[in-house]
Design a protein around this ligand. Structure first.
Ligand code: 5AD
Ligand code: SF4
Length: 446
């Protein structure tokens, strides 16, 4: 058991690296620490417990964490007696190697072991060092009633964890373990309480979110779950990320058309436009099959925005393969893309693949792809000028507090002048100008 008196006045600070799942895990970890009597501090140098929630998806993310750990005092101004903990995917992969590489680390908790945090922290508080849990108990989900959310208007809700797909480039099945779906009732009640607290938007999270299944057989599949959630009284917007193309069936279009609270934006990772490369990536679909899925989405009566993830320079990717990726990007006409240079990850199948593409060539392809997409986005965004959109105002723009930022249901960012009182509200904005990654507008007064 944890000695609550001991930890009463103690403060924690978490730095989060990586994806939305990690960001939400940090919110849940923060809740677990608050339950143990810790309080959050925005100043790392005040923390008694300093946590790094790490990412391992690409080598760069790893290096960042090690450079932070190598300069704890410069980076965080860490107190000499602060306890240092490493969480997340890198913690899971590196396990006890971390204690050798970064001797100041007191404890390591993998991304499948957060439910053990109270006991692990109790041991650290008692002075034990090199405390570690990187087990992958397939029955365990990190269920905690999260009160502390970073954004007061939009909330993440995990509906499933882990991945069974083992794409040849990806560490996630090793770091996050096998797929585990949360029961329908847990998801429904979390979302109902979020709505009751005043949240306007929820984003359902899962590594392959549409592979969600109901272990209790109440709901058939992901699209049925969406329908149930769309009926939650008071809910304004539902998003989800990221679906796998293979588990996508045409009924998603019916759901988006019939339930306006389900946002008309889908992030559908393609990774490559070449069937040859997709096969070596073990994605289990061809270019043609992916394009078929896009076609049924494009046929919707509601205009569905599409975004994707693309990797350039996968081992053996030729100039012709890369050109197929460019041609797919042109055909699909994406609203936005996230693009990455392939990063070999130890432990994955592709790590041992021959025919590596040089760093220079990867950088060149990435730049070509990003320039190509930039033009597509400029053209798409230019068509929005003069039109009106409903946005959820969720922050101030980088230009200052007098400019607000909101997102449309298609996930487009529109900046517009307005008062801070509008934060958290759904308002109508008319687009006046465009940039590649955002739009400018004016509030439509009613
Ligand atoms: N190298 C580069 N990008 C990767 N991703 C996953 N693994 C790697 C890797 N080894 C990208 C994929 C995935 C996104 C979250 O990160 O595009 O969809
Ligand atoms: Fe990684 Fe996604 Fe493939 Fe799973 S489906 S292995 S998370 S890229």
């Amino acid at each position: 058991m944890v000695d609550l008196k001991l930890s009463k006045e103690k403060k924690f600070f978490i730095e989060t690296f990586g994806c939305q799942m990690n960001q939400h895990d940090s919110e849940k970890v923060a809740e677990a620490l608050i339950n143990l009597g810790y309080s959050p501090t925005p100043t790392s140098s005040e923390a008694d417990l300093l946590l790094l929630n790490t990412c391992n998806i690409r080598e760069k993310a790893n290096q960042k964490v090690f450079s932070r750990l190598g300069a704890l005092h410069q980076t965080y101004g860490a107190k000499p007696d602060a306890k240092i903990g490493l969480l997340g995917c890198m913690a899971q992969m590196e396990a006890d190697n971390i204690f050798k590489k970064a001797p100041r680390v007191d404890f390591v908790v993998g991304s499948s072991s957060y439910s053990f945090l109270p006991d692990l922290i109790a041991r650290v508080e008692k002075g034990e060092r090199k405390v570690i849990d990187v087990s992958q108990d397939t029955d365990r989900l990190f269920e905690i009633n999260t009160q502390t959310r970073k954004n007061p208007y939009k909330a993440f809700v995990t509906i499933m964890e882990g991945c069974n797909r083992f794409c040849s480039f990806c560490v996630v099945p090793y770091t996050r373990g096998p797929e585990r779906s949360r029961p329908t009732q847990h998801i429904l009640s979390e979302i109902q309480s979020l709505v009751n607290e005043g949240f306007q938007e929820v984003t359902l999270l899962g590594q392959t979110v549409n592979s969600w299944t109901d272990s209790q057989g109440q709901v058939n599949c992901f699209t049925d779950l969406l329908k149930r959630l769309a009926e939650v009284r008071g809910i304004r917007r539902i998003r989800f990320t990221s679906p796998h193309p293979n588990d996508f069936c045409p009924d998603i279009v019916d759901v988006i058309e019939n339930f306006p609270v389900v946002c008309n934006h889908i992030h559908l990772p393609v990774q490559s436009g070449s069937t040859r490369v997709l096969c070596r990536m073990k994605r289990d679909y061809t270019r043609e099959l992916y394009l078929q899925k896009v076609e049924f989405l494009r046929k919707s009566k509601r205009e569905i925005a599409l975004s994707t993830d693309i990797i350039v320079g996968f081992p053996g990717e030729t100039q012709d393969d890369f050109e197929e990726t460019l041609s797919l990007v042109e055909l699909v006409d994406y609203d936005s893309i996230f693009s990455f240079k392939y990063s070999p990850r130890p432990g994955t199948e592709a790590f041992s693949f021959a025919e590596a593409v040089s760093e220079e060539e990867k950088s060149r392809r990435l730049q070509v792809l990003q320039q190509f997409q930039r033009k597509i986005q400029l053209q798409r965004n230019s068509k929005m000028v003069g039109k009106r959109y409903e946005v959820l105002v969720d922050g101030s723009s980088q230009r200052g507090t007098k400019t607000l930022a909101g997102r449309t249901t298609q996930n487009k960012i529109i900046n517009f002048p307005g008062s801070q009182e509008l934060l958290g509200k759904l308002v109508e904005v008319q687009v006046t100008n465009f940039l590649p990654n955002s739009l400018q507008g004016e509030l439509v007064e009613c």
